[in-house]
Design a protein around this ligand. Structure first.
Ligand SMILES: Nc1ncnc2c1ncn2[C@@H]1O[C@H](COP(=O)(O)OP(=O)(O)OP(=O)(O)O)[C@@H](O)[C@H]1O
Length: 642
C-alpha cells in the first residue's frame, strides 16, 4: 500500500497515490488512501487483510514491499508515517530496483499464458526475491545505524597526536593483547596473531627481494656480507618461531614462551623496528661513491631505498611515530648520501690521494647532470609524507578494530549475562524441561502417568503473625525464610525428581516424576514416589529446625500425599504459570486438608507402593469431596530393613 507512494517524487509522499494507467498485466491500483497506522496494523495489513481482499493484487509489488515495511516497522517500532518523513536514501534505491524485478516477475508469470510455469523457475524466483528482500532489510538497518557509526568515526576514542586510547585502561589492554592470539574467539585470517605472522612474512619477502637486487646490482663488501648474514639469521629465527606457533595447537613449550616474551609491547617494538629497518640498512650498507647514474646503479639505489622506506608501513601494531621517525631518518640519510657535494668532496680527496678513482670529477659532474637531485628531494619528501599518512591511518584503523572487538566482547558478555538471567528466571518460574520445550514451541501441556503429588500446610502459621502487624510484612518475611529453607532441599541430588509447583499461602505444593528424562534414569519405577516421601520427611526436619529459632512457638506441618495421572501445562504467554491438574492432585490436596497436624497422610493407592519402604498405619476412612469415603494411612516411619 505504501510502496506506490514511496516510489513517487518526494512532494507526492503525503498525497494519495496516483493510480497507474490500467494495463492487462499491471497490478491493480491501491484502493485505500494512506492513513497513519500502528506497526501492528501494518503487519496485519501486509500479511493479512490485503491478501485476504484480493490475493492476486497482493502477489505483486505491494505485498513484498509492505512486508518489508512491516518487518522494518516491527523491528524499529515505527509507524509507516515515520518512514514517509524519515527517508533513507538506500531504501528507495534498492526498493526501486526491486520494482523492476517484480515487473520482470509479472512478465514472466504472464508470459506463461495458459501454460502453468515450471516449478523450479518459480521456486528460484521466490528464493531470489527472498534474498533481495533480506538484502533490502539489511541495507535499511545499516543506513539507520550509520548515524551511530559516523559518531564513532568522527570522534574515535583516540588521542589525536599519540593515537593512544583516551582510556588508560583500554590502552593498557591494547598493549597487552594487540598482537597476541585471543582465545575468546575462534581464530580467523584477520585474527591479531595471524596479522603478526603476516607482517613477519611480508618483511621476509621484502628483505629477500631487496637482498637479491643488491647482490645483482652492487659489488659485495665485507660489511654488507656480515649484515646480510646476521639479518638473514634474524629473519629465519622469527619465521621459524611463527611457523611453530601456527603449527602448534597448544601454547606450551620453549618456542611459545620465547614468542610470548618477544611479543610483549616494548620487546616487540624493538624486534619490529629492527626487522622493518633491515632492508633499509641493507641498501644503505651498499652505498659507495662509485654509484653512478650512468650505469643506473645510483637510480636503483634510490629505488631500493624508497621500497625499503615504504616497507616501514608494515607491522600495523607498532607505534606509527616510531616507524615514521625511522622512515624519515632513512630518507634523510639517502638524501645526504646521494647529495652531489658529498661524493664530489670524496672524489677530490681520492683524486688527491691516488689517481685510481673510478670516475674523474668531470665524469662525476656529468653523471650528476643526469641525476636531478631536486627531483629526488621532492619525491623523497612526498614519500615520507605518504609513509607518515599511511602509518597513521593504519594504526588508527588497527586500534579502532581492537576497540570494536573489545566493545563487541563486552556486549557479548552482557548479552550472555542477560540470557543467563532470563534462563535463570524462566527456570525458576517453570521446570527446566518445560522451559526448554516452551522456548521452541511457545506452548506446553503434557499428560504424565503416576506422578506423586504433595501438599504440605503449616496449620498454625496464621496464629504466629497477625497480618495487621506492619501490614503483614513480618508475616511474609518469616514465610519467605521458611519456604526458602524448603526450596534449598530441592537442590539436593536425592530430590532430583521433585519439582516445586507453587506455594498457596502457607501451603507448599510439590510433585515428583514430571521430568520424563530424569524418570528414565531412575533405577526403581516408583523411585520418584519414595523421593517425595523423603522430601516430606526432610520438610518436617526443616520445620523442626525452624522451630528451634522461634521463641515459645512451634510451627506444625501437615502433609498429604497421593500419586496418579496428572496433566501439566503452562498457562499464558506472559507471566507464565506452570501447574498440574487432575484427580490425583485433588486427592493429594484432600490428603492434606483432611490430614493430621504433624503427620503425613497418604491415600490407599499411595500406601500400597510406599509400604515397601515405610511403615504406615491405617487411619480409617475419611470423607473426600467427590470421592465419598477413602481409606487413608498415616506414616509411622521408615522400615528398618531399607
Ligand atoms: N493445581 C492445583 N493447585 C492447587 N490446588 C489444587 C490444584 N488442583 C486441585 N487443587 C485443590 O484440590 C482441592 C480439591 O479440588 P476439587 O476440584 O476436588 O474440589 P473443589 O470443589 O474445587 O474444592 P473446594 O471444595 O476446596 O472448592 C481443592 O481445594 C483445590 O484447591
Amino acid at each position: 500500500m505504501f510502496t506506490s507512494t514511496i516510489n513517487t517524487a518526494p512532494p507526492m509522499l503525503t498525497q494519495a497515490p496516483v493510480p497507474p494507467p490500467p494495463t492487462p498485466n499491471a497490478p491493480s491500483p491501491p484502493d485505500t488512501p494512506i492513513t497513519p497506522q500502528t506497526p501492528r496494523d501494518v503487519l496485519h495489513n501486509s500479511w493479512g487483510s490485503v491478501s485476504e481482499k484480493d490475493p492476486r493484487k497482493d502477489s505483486g509489488i505491494r505485498s513484498r514491499r509492505s512486508s518489508i515495511q512491516a518487518q522494518l516497522f516491527a523491528i524499529n517500532g515505527m509507524s509507516p508515517g515515520d518512514l514517509l518523513t524519515h527517508r533513507v536514501s538506500g531504501y528507495y534505491t534498492s526498493s526501486q530496483s526491486s520494482v523492476v524485478d517484480h515487473k520482470f516477475v509479472d512478465m514472466g508469470e504472464s508470459g506463461c499464458g495458459a501454460e502453468p510455469c515450471s516449478i523450479p523457475l518459480n521456486e528460484s524466483l521466490t528464493r531470489f526475491h527472498q534474498l533481495r528482500k533480506q538484502s533490502d532489510l539489511q541495507l535499511i538497518k545499516c543506513m539507520q545505524q550509520a548515524e551511530n557509526h559516523r559518531q564513532y568515526i568522527e570522534a574515535p576514542p583516540l588521542s589525536h597526536t599519540t593515537l593512544f586510547f583516551v582510556d588508560d585502561e583500554l590502552e593498557k589492554q591494547y598493549r597487552q593483547q594487540a598482537h597476541k592470539p585471543r582465545h575468546d574467539s575462534p581464530p580467523t585470517l584477520v585474527s591479531t596473531h595471524f596479522n603478526t605472522y603476516f607482517d613477519i612474512l611480508v618483511s621476509a619477502l621484502v628483505y629477500i627481494v631487496v637482498t637479491i637486487s643488491l647482490f645483482m646490482l652492487f659489488q659485495y663488501t665485507l660489511g654488507w656480507l656480515v649484515l646480510c648474514l646476521v639479518s638473514t639469521c634474524w629473519h629465519l629465527l622469527l619465521l621459524v618461531l611463527c611457523s611453530s606457533q601456527v603449527m602448534r595447537r597448544e601454547n606450551t613449550g620453549t618456542s611459545s614462551q620465547i614468542y610470548a616474551k618477544l611479543t610483549r609491547w616494548h620487546p616487540w617494538h624493538i624486534c619490529g623496528a629492527s626487522i622493518i629497518c633491515l632492508p633499509l640498512a641493507a641498501v644503505m650498507s651498499n652505498f659507495s661513491c662509485s654509484l653512478s647514474d650512468l650505469d643506473g646503479t645510483k637510480t636503483f639505489f634510490c629505488y631500493l631505498t624508497f621500497v625499503s622506506s615504504i616497507h616501514l608501513c608494515n607491522f600495523t601494531q607498532l607505534n606509527c611515530w616510531m616507524k615514521n621517525i625511522l622512515a624519515t631518518i632513512g630518507i634523510v640519510i639517502l638524501l645526504v648520501l646521494v647529495s652531489p657535494s658529498l661524493c664530489l668532496q670524496a672524489s677530490h680527496m681520492n683524486d688527491n690521494r691516488n689517481n685510481s678513482t673510478l670516475y674523474s670529477a668531470g665524469e662525476m659532474s656529468e653523471s650528476l647532470a643526469h641525476f636531478s637531485y631536486q627531483e629526488l628531494v621532492v619525491a623523497s619528501v612526498l614519500l615520507v609524507l605518504l609513509v607518515w599518512f599511511l602509518n597513521r591511518e593504519f594504526e588508527i584503523s588497527y586500534r579502532l578494530s581492537f576497540h570494536g572487538s573489545v566493545m563487541a566482547m563486552k556486549d557479548k558478555v552482557q548479552v550472555q549475562t542477560m540470557k543467563n538471567q532470563a534462563d535463570w528466571l524462566l527456570n525458576n518460574i517453570i521446570p527446566r524441561h518445560v522451559a526448554d520445550s516452551i522456548k521452541t514451541t511457545a506452548k506446553y501441556s503434557e499428560n504424565h502417568k503416576d506422578v506423586a503429588v504433595m501438599f504440605a500446610s503449616i496449620v498454625n502459621f496464621n496464629e504466629l503473625y497477625d497480618e495487621d502487624y506492619l501490614g503483614g510484612k513480618e508475616y511474609l518475611r518469616v514465610l519467605n525464610e521458611l519456604v526458602a529453607d524448603i526450596d534449598e532441599l530441592l537442590l539436593r541430588p536425592e530430590f532430583k525428581n521433585i519439582e516445586k509447583i507453587k506455594t498457596i499461602g502457607s501451603t507448599y505444593m510439590a510433585a515428583s516424576g514430571l521430568d520424563a528424562k530424569v524418570r528414565q534414569s531412575n533405577t526403581d519405577a516408583h523411585q520418584h514416589i519414595f523421593e517425595l516421601m523423603e522430601f516430606a520427611l526432610a520438610m518436617q526436619k526443616v520445620i523442626e529446625d525452624f522451630n528451634q529459632d522461634l521463641i515459645e512457638f512451634n510451627l506444625i506441618i501437615r502433609i498429604g500425599l497421593n500419586f496418579g495421572d496428572v496433566t501439566a501445562g503452562v498457562i499464558g504467554t506472559t507471566k507464565l504459570y506452570y501447574d498440574i491438574w487432575g484427580d490425583a492432585v485433588n486427592i493429594a490436596s484432600r490428603m492434606d486438608s483432611t490430614g493430621v497436624p504433624g503427620r503425613i497422610q497418604v491415600s490407599n493407592r499411595c500406601a500400597v507402593v510406599l509400604n515397601r519402604r515405610y511403615e504406615l498405619e491405617r487411619r480409617g476412612q475419611v470423607f473426600v469431596k467427590g470421592k465419598d469415603n477413602m481409606d487413608v494411612f498415616l506414616l509411622k516411619g521408615r522400615r528398618e530393613d531399607t
